[in-house]
Design a protein around this ligand. Structure first.
Ligand code: HEC
Length: 621
């Protein structure tokens, strides 16, 4: 058997974590006392799970599940709504208190590829490597690599489906290299699959959920597959075998999450860091806030740090909140998305989110340029000043800073493009619903700005735009409705007619070329919204946009007409025999390569429809 089914036990994870607690800077080490799983259970779970009358599983049932499975349920499963304010050590303590030891069962032998199908043995034209086919982050796949024409897009049919066992979210960004598809999952399973058939080459179990794209990087005679997880770990695997080459944490803060995909240049990989701290702050006793957005440069060869740059200065004590918890600032300015490489200028561009606490800084909600060699911040162009916000602001909680939002993060990467007149520009879309064009030669001076949506907490441009160097395409989320973050997932009531919409802007001046309105949910159903939060993907003539209503739609870049529409929110027979269904499309956009398109479906996090399936489409023969 060639597979590397490698499972880190929960206990060893906790042990490693304890070592790291010692390394946390003073500012975030206020709660170093060991956490009791029994106490966490009483405080956070017993009200529902000790009641035999409730629809929740009884405590006895929970005790039959593996600790790894329970942890996954808290991190990205049915209980994530309950777990938002819970810290890493609390999650791990309650999971090991309740659950059985040991990991998940390995995948059945029948799912593995036959000996004749080897990883990465397909043609080089069958590649979409990392978050975007190129590190300019345009999410544009040229014709030769796409292998799909607009005529063929009209005849796309489902070729195979793969289920993620025990998951309710399928949000990872797939990567395809030479015919092999690499994909993470909410359960932390990283898989290498044959793109044509979905058979399994190998599987690797990461410590936490993996949603960022896996990045294949040449490393001597090997290909290293570098990626981060949602608990702050970065891994390098041998892409052909799945064997771990190295692993390290890039961020000591317990709330770190690595959502943005890494990029690489000349043997160095750049890893952005964001966090959960914004939602931890719902707890009035949480000492808000100490996490700082960062970018870390690591040597691909051994994972050693070349440099690390923070987006804000180290936090200092600033007082206490109305509940008596200490307050710290500055904080925040997380980097949610993949950095953009500007090889010509020797720069990396990152976009930042809001601050979490006062004082607000000039580097939040900003596009920033860093020196690729040293990490020095060369310039920063802020588009929204004084934006400090936490989830506590939704209910006027003690940890809401006086700035109180507006929570206009940049959640997606800046695109480095040539406009039709040959001028190089950076284009960035914000949760405010505004798209900005910046001049990379004038410290990010704003060249034009155009509003494409209403914007808001879950509004505006979320996961990413796309550009073919004629136009830039921007879809907006703009979901509206009541979000239920307290109970199990799926409790949101969205307005079935509000949200979404796709706008094409001329790159030269930001003028609107066309607007394709969204499609109201028909019929309206729980978790359904017309919002278009997912990242867009582009091939010559066609732009793809997934919606929270579960539909993947393809639009003609000429005029915005819909040329293909597939409703992913249904049940599937899967190649790995796992019961699977689709749900809302959000997060990573589709990947188009070698005449196929790959779509992950299921995203209950902000109240959308759950799902656990990866779908592969190809034109009908
Ligand atoms: C507000 C009530 C409520 C609270 C609080 C709550 N749960 Fe649940 N939990 C539920 C319900 C309801 C279900 C069943 C959901 C379903 O099957 O649709 C469930 C299901 C689960 C499952 C099974 C999930 C699966 O994937 O099948 C686990 C594990 C779990 N809860 C763990 C916990 C833990 C650990 C805590 C405390 C940290 C917790 N829950 C707190 C209501 C709650």
């Amino acid at each position: 058997m060639r597979h590397a089914w490698t499972s880190a036990s929960l206990l060893s994870r906790i042990a490693v974590y304890v070592l790291f607690i010692c390394a946390i800077p003073a500012a975030s080490a206020q709660n170093a006392a060991p956490v009791s799983g029994a106490e966490v259970y009483q405080k956070r779970c017993a009200t529902c799970h000790d009641q035999t009358s409730s629809q929740a599983l009884s405590r006895d049932m929970l005790q039959k599940m593996s600790a790894a499975r329970i942890l996954r349920t808290l991190d990205f499963g049915l209980m994530m709504g309950v777990a938002y304010p819970m810290k890493r050590d609390e999650r791990e303590a309650v999971a090991s208190f309740l659950g059985t030891k040991g990991g998940d069962a390995p995948p059945p032998a029948s799912t593995f590829c036959s000996a004749g199908i080897r990883p990465m043995s397909g043609p080089a034209t069958e590649s979409w490597s990392g978050w975007s086919p190129s590190s300019l982050n345009t999410r544009y796949q040229p014709a030769e690599q796409a292998g799909l024409t607009m005529g063929q897009v009209r005849h796309l049919k489902l070729k195979w489906a793969l289920g993620f066992p025990g998951d309710v979210t399928a949000f990872a960004a797939p990567t395809v290299v030479n015919g092999t598809l690499f994909v993470g999952s909410a359960g932390g399973a990283v898989q290498a699959l044959d793109a044509k058939t979905g058979c399994l080459h190998w599987m690797f179990q990461a410590n936490g959920p993996v949603r960022a794209a896996l990045l294949p990087v040449r490393n001597g005679s090997l290909y290293s597959l570098v990626f981060g997880d949602l608990t702050g770990w970065v891994y390098s695997l041998d892409a052909k075998t799945g064997k771990q080459l190295w692993k390290r944490r890039v961020e000591e803060h317990e709330a770190a999450r690595l959502t943005g995909s890494p990029v690489a240049q000349n043997g160095v990989v750049f890893v952005p860091a964001a966090s959960w701290e914004e939602s931890r702050s719902v707890d009035p006793q949480y000492p808000c806030c100490t996490f700082r957005g960062s970018l870390t440069a690591l040597r691909v060869s051994d994972g050693s740090v070349v440099w690390k740059s923070y987006m804000v200065d180290p936090p200092k004590k600033t007082g206490s909140n109305s509940a008596g918890a200490l307050q710290w600032g500055p904080s925040g300015a997380p980097v949610w998305s993949a950095p953009t490489i500007d090889a010509k200028r020797g720069l990396l561009y990152v976009t930042t989110g809001d601050n979490y606490s006062s004082p607000a800084t000039t580097t939040s909600d900003a596009v920033m340029a860093l020196d690729m060699k040293t990490g020095r911040i060369v310039w920063s162009q802020q588009v929204t000043a004084n934006d400090a916000y936490t989830s506590a602001c939704r209910s006027k909680g003690a940890n809401c800073p006086p700035e109180n939002g507006p929570d206009y993060d940049f959640g997606s990467s800046a695109l480095l493009v040539h406009s039709p007149s040959g001028r190089e520009i950076l284009v960035a879309g914000q949760k405010s619903g505004v798209v900005y064009a910046l001049d990379p030669d004038k410290k990010g001076k704003i060249l034009w700005q155009t509003r494409v949506g209403k914007g808001g907490l879950n509004g505006g441009v979320q996961w990413g735009m796309a550009s073919d160097e004629q136009k830039v395409y921007a879809a907006v989320s703009d979901v509206s409705g009541v979000m239920n973050t307290a109970g199990p997932v799926g409790g949101a009531t969205f307005d079935p007619a509000q949200g979404g919409g796709l706008t094409a802007l001329h790159l030269e001046d930001g003028e609107k070329a066309w607007f394709a309105p969204s499609h109201p949910c028909d019929p309206p159903r729980p978790g359904c919204s017309p919002g278009q939060s997912a990242a867009l993907s582009l091939i010559p003539g066609v732009v793809f946009s997934g919606s929270l209503d579960g539909h993947m739609r393809a639009f003609a870049t000429e005029d915005g007409q819909v040329v293909w529409d597939f409703d992913t929110a249904k049940e599937y027979a899967t190649v790995n025999g796992v019961q699977a269904k689709g749900g809302s499309l959000d997060g990573a956009g589709p990947v188009i390569v070698g005449g196929m398109i790959f779509v992950n479906s299921g995203y209950p996090r902000n109240g959308g429809m759950p799902g656990n399936v990866l779908l592969a489409f190809a034109p009908e023969d």
